[in-house]
Write a protein that binds this ligand. Structure first.
Ligand code: NAP
Length: 307
């Protein structure tokens, strides 16, 4: 039997694995996709204390290597649910296996929110993208638009401005959630044009995106933009429905837990962007990983469950 099963190999999950292993616990990390979570797509991290600059890929790879060097097992399997037994043992079921464990840490992160426009899914990969670092190179020397006003949109637009002829930054308000310093840096770039108080009302093009229709929310004026690519960065949505029977979810689907990372079920903890919180940053994901792992370790030490 495992001591701790960690679901998700993003910053929170891998930080939890590092703390669990350093406390001498058997820890397995289960991940449906690839290690690193959302940060792997960030071109340049500038706000992790102690590190002036690092790419998201290098940061995530460093975490992965640190966790595995400490003995954490990382398996690429999609978790489908958790069964609770009266003796306190939790059985974590995946698409190909199952794991019995004393404690579980849910660190499932969040996925990209779509705009919900007609043909958005059909044009994804044909001009519509959710990842500037993955797909930006396809638009070298071309004209693109980024939609959103958070850190992701501003970082994506900055990254694309170094590759593309022209970048439009479209945001539905004139105030930004992104760090003010980054917004100012982006405004100073000659090939970036801000289109504020505006939403995208239509995607245009047959097999490939060729343009968009924009709607100004203040004066109702519509305009057309010819673009080769659209990068959608309008936030994230959680995906925790598989755990609704073991952890309480809020109306948006985030796992309800406070700063102690405890869910309603003893022995089940949660960490990172998937839990209810006001600040979702790399630092808070790493911090949650540590808190949840140490809480899970003390649960393992105090529980009557036999190994
Ligand atoms: P976010 O901060 O939630 O921002 C989403 C943006 O999309 C907001 O500006 C929002 O507008 C806009 N939006 C939401 N729904 C929309 C819709 N249907 N149509 C048009 N616009 C819409 O998301 P994020 O930028 O992906 O960041 C997620 C979290 O990760 C944040 O906590 C962020 O700080 C963090 N992050 C950190 C770093 C870093 O530390 N380096 C990098 C990236 C992300 P409103 O402002 O009007 O609501």
């Amino acid at each position: 039997m495992e001591d701790i099963v960690i679901i998700g190999a993003g910053t929170a999950g891998l930080s939890a694995a590092i703390y669990a292993r350093r406390a001498g616990k058997k820890a397995v990390v289960l991940e449906a996709m690839t290690y690193g979570g959302q940060i792997i797509n960030t071109p340049d991290i500038e706000n992790y204390p102690g590190i002036k600059h690092i790419s998201g890929f290098d940061f995530a790879t460093g975490l992965y290597e640190q966790a595995t060097a400490l003995g954490a097992e990382i398996k690429f399997e999609k978790v489908t649910g958790i069964k609770l037994s009266s003796d306190g043992i939790k059985t974590v079921k995946t698409s190909s296996s199952e794991y019995k464990t004393k404690a579980v840490i849910l660190a499932t992160g969040a996925k990209n929110r779509p705009l919900g426009l007609d043909r958005e899914e059909e044009l994804t990969g044909s001009g519509v993208s959710y990842c500037a670092t993955c797909d930006g190179a396809f638009y070298k020397g071309k004209t693109v638009a980024v939609n959103g006003g958070g850190n992701t949109a501003i970082e994506d637009a900055a990254f694309l401005s170094s590759l593309c002829k022209k970048v439009y930054l479209i945001h539905r308000r004139d105030k930004f959630r992104a760090d003010a310093a980054d917004v100012e840096k982006l405004k100073a770039k000659e090939n970036v044009e801000f289109i504020l108080d505006s939403t995208i009302s239509r995607l245009e093009g047959d097999d490939t995106l060729t343009g968009i229709e924009i709607h100004n929310v203040k004066n109702a004026v519509k305009q057309h933009l010819d673009i080769d690519g659209l990068f959608i960065a309008v936030g994230q949505i959680p995906d925790n429905s598989a755990f609704a029977d073991v952890a309480e979810l809020d109306e948006k689907g985030y796992i309800k837990a406070g700063e102690d990372c405890r869910t309603k079920t003893p022995g089940i903890f949660t960490a990172g962007d998937c839990r209810t919180k006001t600040v979702r940053q790399l630092t808070t994901a790493a911090s949650d990983g540590a808190v949840a792992a140490l809480a899970a370790c003390s649960y393992c030490d105090s529980t009557e469950i036999n190994s």
